[in-house]
Write a protein that binds this ligand. Structure first.
Ligand code: ATP
Ligand code: MG
Length: 423
């Protein structure tokens, strides 16, 4: 017979017995849906039969048996058990329905993330996340970027100090890093291309579906550029590549569990800040030149461009006043900056940096910052700092928008927000 002996280890999500045959569903490996375990009373020892008919839902088991050549189970995978061992029995009824039939609340799926991970939809999200991380590393390594790890306990913030978490650091006060910005720039005086996958800690009292107090970012910095256009090119290749990769690896699977994966656009258009204001004016917004594009404006612009067939776009050349001190000026008013938005949500910010020492000091002062507090950073600009630029991209936001989800908490295992520090 065309059968193969094997072992399945996992958690029982469902069980039923019909006289002399019992069926268990076991969630195993990283498979999206459970495997059906078929147990025939007259083909197993009495202990295994007792287990098959009495096992508590949620328990961890090991199943020994054979994989039949012809699978009857609708779910497509099946093992005929010869022996079942309970490795760890559930002590309480799981607070989440492991068959997935009765949905739980949004918060319960976070409180019991490990149990949610037994359900196809949650597995799919976090498998996609793991694949996105893998793709990111491979993409930048292939393009000749050095993967780096910069400190997360720091003595000064990237853009001032208002939004940092403080840490007791022996006799001093330190902060949790809100971004690798200053470090990745300093590195441009030693190596030409770096990237880092790192947590951002931000202490604002956010209450939006797209902000967390701890989020994961992709930081990229590259030297010897001609302008921010060089940076935008890499970012565009990366985002398009990530979409293509995820679609090819998991498109079908994601569709099965209800996600509509973002499509790879033929190109990512560039809209200047001024053009965005014009468009928003036509859409009924009364924004002055220099105003921030608030959430409503971002959303309206996103919908407008989506309707034109552009779910992903750059907004370029922001007023310098709206951007951090390290961004290079284009002229008196404008900066060499860009954001990348997906369907009205900012996913990345970047630009060309000011690499000229004296200009940098001027910019710090113009933003009301004290250059002395940044001397550890500015001194790197004294030793042949090349023209450079880069971006910071929210990986949580990228995944969220790629999967068409509306809350960032859905793509983070244990989200940190103002009200959630546990688990
Ligand atoms: P926003 O305006 O949306 O608050 P930002 O401009 O303050 O973001 P940047 O400093 O540009 O954020 O950080 C780079 C990227 O990191 C952002 O484009 C976003 O994708 C992500 N990011 C920043 N802050 C958060 C946060 N609190 N939660 C989740 N992602 C974030
Ligand atoms: Mg930004």
């Amino acid at each position: 017979m065309g059968t193969k002996a094997g072992v399945v280890e996992g958690w029982v999500s469902n069980a039923k017995s019909l006289g002399r045959v019992a069926f268990l569903e076991v969630i195993d490996d990283l498979n999206l849906s459970p495997i059906t375990v078929v147990v025939k009373k007259d083909q197993v020892d009495p202990e295994t039969w007792t287990t098959a008919t009495r096992v508590k839902l949620g328990s961890a088991v090991r199943v020994e048996g054979v994989f039949p050549e012809v699978v009857v189970s609708r779910k497509g995978r099946e093992i005929q058990a010869s022996r079942i061992t309970v490795l760890s029995e559930t002590l309480e009824i799981p607070p989440i329905d492991l068959t997935g039939k009765t949905p739980a609340s949004f918060d319960l799926y976070i409180d019991y993330r490990y149990l949610a991970l037994r359900l196809p939809r949650f597995r799919a999200v976090f498998i996609a996340r793991s694949k996105l991380m893998g793709f990111t590393r491979e993409f930048f390594a292939k393009q000749g970027f050095l993967e780096v790890n910069t400190p997360k306990i720091v003595g000064a913030g990237a853009e001032g100090g208002a939004t940092l978490f403080t840490v007791d650091y022996f006799e001093r006060k330190a902060y949790l890093s809100q971004s690798p910005q200053l470090y990745k720039q300093m590195l441009m005086c030693g190596v030409p291309r770096v990237f880092e996958i790192a947590p951002y800690f931000r202490a604002e009292k956010f209450s939006t579906p797209r902000h967390l107090n701890e989020s994961w970012g992709l930081d990229v910095e590259m030297a010897f550029i001609d302008s921010e256009e060089d940076v935008m090119r890499i970012l565009e290749d990366f985002v398009r590549g990530a979409i293509r990769y995820l679609r090819s690896q998991m498109g079908e699977t994601l569709r099965e569990v209800g996600f509509e994966l973002l499509e790879e656009p033929a190109n990512i258009p560039k809209v200047t800040y001024s053009e965005a204001l014009d468009t928003l004016g036509k859409l009924g917004f009364s924004l002055q030149w220099g105003d921030d594009l608030d959430t409503q404006a971002e959303k309206a612009l996103g919908e407008h461009l989506q309707n034109q067939g552009y779910p992903i776009y750059f907004i370029t050349k922001y007023p310098w006043d709206a951007k951090p001190f390290y961004i290079m000026r284009e002229n008196d008013k404008l900066s060499r900056s860009f954001d990348l938005d997906i369907r009205g949500i900012e996913v990345a910010s970047g630009g060309q940096r000011e690499h000229r020492y004296t200009e940098l000091l001027k910019n710090l002062k113009a933003k009301g910052l004290n250059p002395e507090e940044f001397s550890f950073y500015t001194q790197a600009f004294k030793y042949g700092m090349p023209p450079h630029g880069g971006f910071g991209l929210g990986l949580d936001r990228l995944l969220m928008t790629m999967l068409g989800l509306s809350n960032i908490r859905e793509v983070v295992l244990f989200p940190r927000d103002r009200f959630r520090l546990v688990p």
